[in-house]
Write a protein that binds this ligand. Structure first.
Ligand code: BES
Ligand code: MN
Ligand code: ZN
Length: 493
């Protein structure tokens, strides 16, 4: 979609469709007041008739409103004025965009960014409008044999802003479009079927990103993993016919001697559980087990479009987890790149195994901070549901920065404790430690495992098992936590 910003008086704007917000209970926003006046009380009458209550996300499309130059007027509910938040704003934009798209409108002017939402500025309101609108029109249809020709009716959105906010709003549109492109890439990589989106496919995707000339890409093959002693990553890939890849993408936006921020994304392109095989129900959703990797790709895409002055390295360990005569077995003991030995008690706890070697490898970059992103545990979904990502780390300031970025980006995380006491769960009678603890506190013991490989770095871990995709009728990748990660990096520039 195309986005632009402009200034102007809402009632005299000539356009196909003007979109304005209304609060719940008939309280008009300043823009709606202007429109009400120009139309001699038409908007007020609509409320009185009960056709619209102003619930957040509720929409009503009106034609040829007297006194208003726009051909159509789409009113969208913002909810109660006292609950006026960034979230409610984004939801209103999302629903309005869907309504426009469904009604076949090709272009529209949004007056919503004019609204003064507490704690936001014009940059944020235009950025989030772009992000929410792009999220609303995203489709994954490349695997359908017939394309739906009704799709993508909406092509152009103009954001109405105050004159003094023009520059900030333009920046917001630019950054918002970059973030939305990153989110869309993460969604598409997640949605692709696992027979297409293999480790090799992800490696080619990295090379594609490098074509823009802003990235250095290195892909390590199995032979190099062996040389490096990555016994944990190699143990997971044993049952697969697809060659594993360790993908490294380097973006240099600051001086060469500045330490990079490093993101490490879990790239299991299909997780059957291995010999500790999963139940058949919903196993298809384990194609989403590379959504951590997808979020690193999406963040890389957004960053190369925004060009902030930072150094940023993405690391993606990628392979499949499948059963086979050659697959790893429960009770196998392997030696990780760090030299520590691990007893594999459950082959389905494979994410931490590929991540631990990738984290050890990443230590060579001397990260300013390192964050891994992984669909790591079902236990995290039990603890936090699908609303927030789990966040744990060994450095309080890093955890705070990530929590704040999540708030700013409307892509929130919630901290879980990482006390030393939880380490007891990983005890093994035969190796240094095991790859699983008991059922209790599973998201925390998984992080405890990773903590044993990141002692020398400022490290945090995002468990996105509950937030990376949706199940049910709207099954599909969400693109989270690309917005959080991009915000975190922009805040460091
Ligand atoms: N990829 C899964 C985690 C997962 C499961 C995410 C379901 C979202 C939904 C991970 O590799 C896994 O299988 N974890 C196990 C760990 C257990 C064996 C300790 C789990 O959560 O059951
Ligand atoms: Mn697993
Ligand atoms: Zn997994």
């Amino acid at each position: 979609m195309q986005f632009s910003v402009k200034t102007g008086e809402p009632s005299s704007l000539h356009c196909t469709c003007l979109v304005a917000g209304v609060f719940e209970g008939g309280k008009l926003t300043p823009v709606a007041q202007i429109l009400d006046k120009a139309s001699h009380g038409y908007i007020g009458k609509v409320f009185k008739s009960g056709a619209l209550e102003g619930r957040n996300g509720q929409t009503l499309l009106l034609f040829q409103v007297p006194g208003i130059a726009a051909e159509r007027l789409l009113l969208v509910g913002l909810g109660a004025e006292k609950d006026s938040t960034l979230r409610a704003y984004r939801k209103a934009v999302h629903k309005a965009t869907r309504a426009l798209n469904d009604s076949g409108v090709k272009e529209a002017v949004f007056a919503l960014p004019l609204l003064a939402i507490p704690g936001t500025d014009a940059y944020q309101r235009s950025r989030h409008a772009v992000e929410a609108a792009e999220d609303a029109v995203y489709r994954f249809d490349q695997c359908k044999s017939k394309l739906d020709h009704r799709k993508a009716s909406l092509q152009k959105l103009t954001l109405l802003v105050n004159r003094e906010d023009l520059r900030a709003a333009e920046r917001g549109v630019h950054d918002g479009a970059a973030i939305a492109a990153g989110v869309a890439l993460a969604k598409t990589l997640g949605n692709l079927p696992p027979n297409i989106c293999t480790p090799g496919y992800l490696a080619s995707e990295a090379r594609k990103l490098a074509k823009g000339g802003k990235l250095k890409v290195t892909v390590l093959e199995e032979a190099q993993m062996k040389k490096l002693g990555m016994g944990a990553l190699l143990a997971v890939t044993r049952g697969s016919r697809q060659p594993p890849k360790l993908i490294i993408m380097e973006y240099h936006g600051a001086a060469k001697d500045k330490k990079p921020f490093v993101l490490v994304g879990k790239g299991i392109t299909f997780d059957s559980g291995g010999i500790s095989i999963k139940p058949a129900a919903a196993m298809d959703e384990m194609k989403f087990d590379m959504c951590g990797a997808a979020s690193v790709f999406g963040t890389m895409k957004a960053i190369t479009e925004i060009n902030p002055r930072i150094n940023f390295t993405g690391v993606v360990p990628s392979c499949e987890n499948l059963p086979d005569g050659n697959a790893s077995k429960p009770a196998d003991i392997i030696t990780t790149m760090s030299g520590q030995t691990v007893e594999i008690l459950n082959t389905d706890a494979e994410g931490r195994l590929i991540l631990c070697d990738a984290l050890s490898y990443a230590e060579r970059f001397k990260p300013a901070a390192i964050v891994d992103i992984a669909t790591l545990t079902g236990a995290c979904v039990v603890a936090l549901g699908n609303v927030v990502s789990g966040l744990l780390g060994n450095d309080d300031s890093l955890v705070k920065e990530l929590l704040q970025a999540g708030e700013q980006a409307d892509d929130r995380a919630w901290q879980l404790p990482l006390y030393e006491d939880y380490q007891d769960g990983l005890k093994s009678n035969f190796a240094d430690f095991a790859n699983v603890g008991g059922r209790e506190g599973g998201a925390i013991t998984a992080a405890c495992f990773l903590a044993r490989f990141t002692k020398n770095m400022r490290w945090a871990h995002l468990d996105i098992a509950g937030t990376a995709w949706k199940s049910g009728g709207e099954k599909g990748a969400t693109g989270r936590p690309v917005p959080l990660l991009v915000q975190y990096l922009l805040d460091r520039a």
